[in-house]
Design a protein around this ligand. Structure first.
Ligand code: HEM
Length: 396
């Protein structure tokens, strides 16, 4: 039977459907084709939580290590593009500085102060102009400054870092579309490489110097993994914070509950990760013929996991489309995946988003609302999902 007959919902979906209001499409897929063939992706899409976990946990059957993985072609092999022992070698020197206690002791106070500084700027803008955008004023700049600080970069000018980020992302997109890497991207890679080498040499107390002194990675590998850490952090953390603020400010009853009991902030952030994981699709490649949830997958096939699909699986999450800051099972969400590629930066990411939400609750007026109602923060994106802006004004 042709794939279009076996997987009619998958066959009907376009990239635009997946980038826009994706959740109703994911619900339809999950109900009848939880492992479906999507011609638009040229691969399988997994939308139920159980098979998603099976793929993410079994790196022998479903690997990231494939020439089609474009990031590795721009910055070189890293923990994100390797599996097995090689993956362990790339990841090990970066693991200790990203542990929960190390992140808390090293960065919590600084991150809270930085979030409050930025939120105070948004509060001033709101007072002066009657409107502020919490993505541009808080979520974005916080994401850049936190990762620059964590790595210990000698030159932590956010504009420079964002310039590298944009040029390297454009290079990855170009490679995905079959083009050459391009001169701008090559220049950005060379500049970032020089900054990493300089940080290792001069900032002896920095995370990068510690990673390099471990001795298990070459200078090229210190660079490629640093690029992955940096760019893994910027886009996703901005999205995570923007989504969390949009969810909370767009749900007055939930916001009132959090204002009344601030211990609910962490739950509000976790629930936002469940509803709208900032990185929503992750790719794997089948290393052999396998059967997943009764579907035969061929060796070499692309297998994409929809984290947003898994996170609204009604088998695990009751009334899954409801944003509930006190949801007891929210911690079962998969925004940071599971298995060997479990997000290295998850503690730092949670820390900064909680700090941003706390700063908004503390420093913006109590009657602050989303300007335009809940739909004002219209989340979009095929792989990375976030609203174009989180516009706020005073309510009443
Ligand atoms: C401080 C911020 C962050 C840093 C430094 C960071 C860093 C990383 C790194 C280095 C990896 C690769 C781990 C490996 O392959 O072994 C990773 C994986 C991942 N991260 Fe993060 N990350 C951050 C924030 C986030 C956020 C906010 C999200 C989403 C809400 C996210 C989602 C993911 C996902 C889905 C993966 C798995 C990718 C895959 O399996 O293909 N990360 N992260």
């Amino acid at each position: 039977m042709a794939a279009v007959d076996r997987f009619p919902v998958g066959a009907s979906l376009t990239l635009d459907d997946l980038a826009g209001d994706v959740h109703p499409h994911l619900a339809r897929l999950r109900a009848t084709e939880p492992v479906s063939w999507l011609p638009a992706l040229g691969g399988w899409l997994v939308t139920a939580r159980e098979p998603a976990l099976e793929v993410l946990r079994d790196a022998e059957a479903y690997t990231v290590d494939d020439p089609r993985f474009s990031t590795a072609r721009v910055v070189g092999p890293s923990m994100l593009s390797t599996d097995g022992d090689e993956h362990g070698r790339h990841r090990a020197p970066f693991a200790p500085p990203f542990q929960a206690a190390t992140v808390r002791d090293g960065f919590e106070a600084w991150t809270i102060a930085e979030a409050r500084r930025l939120a105070a700027g948004s509060a001033a803008e709101l007072a002066a102009a009657g409107q502020a955008d919490l993505r541009a004023g808080l979520a974005g700049p916080l994401a850049v400054s936190v990762i620059a600080r964590a790595l210990g970069l000698v030159d932590d000018d956010p504009h420079r870092i964002l310039g590298w980020y944009r040029a390297i992302s454009a290079g990855v997109e170009g490679v995905n579309a079959g083009r050459d890497v391009g001169d701008d991207t090559r220049r950005a890679v060379a500049d970032l490489r020089a900054e990493v080498d300089r940080t290792v040499a001069e900032a002896t107390g920095s995370m990068l110097a510690a990673v390099a002194s471990d001795g298990s990675l070459t200078a090229d590998e210190v660079f490629s993994n640093t690029a992955v850490v940096m760019f893994g952090a910027i886009e996703t953390s901005e999205g995570m914070t923007a989504n969390a603020l949009a969810h909370l400010l767009g749900a007055p009853d939930q916001l009132a509950a959090v204002r009344a009991d601030r211990s609910l902030v962490a739950g509000a952030v976790e629930e936002s990760l469940r509803m709208e994981p900032a990185a929503t699709l992750v790719d794997r490649y089948a290393t052999r013929d396998v059967v997943l949830a009764g579907v035969a997958i061929r060796s070499g096939d692309l297998v994409t996991v929809s984290l947003a699909g898994a996170n609204r699986d009604p088998a695990v999450f009751a009334d899954p489309d409801r944003y509930d800051v006190a949801r007891p099972e929210a911690h079962l969400q998969l925004a940071f995946v599971k298995g060997p590629h479990l997000c290295l930066g998850r503690h730092l990411a949670r820390l900064q988003t909680v700090a941003a939400v706390d700063a908004v609750l503390d420093l913006l007026p109590e009657d602050v609302v989303l300007d335009g109602g809940p739909s004002a923060a219209n989340v979009r994106g095929l792989v990375f999902r976030k609203p174009a802006a989180v516009p706020v004004r005073r309510g009443g």
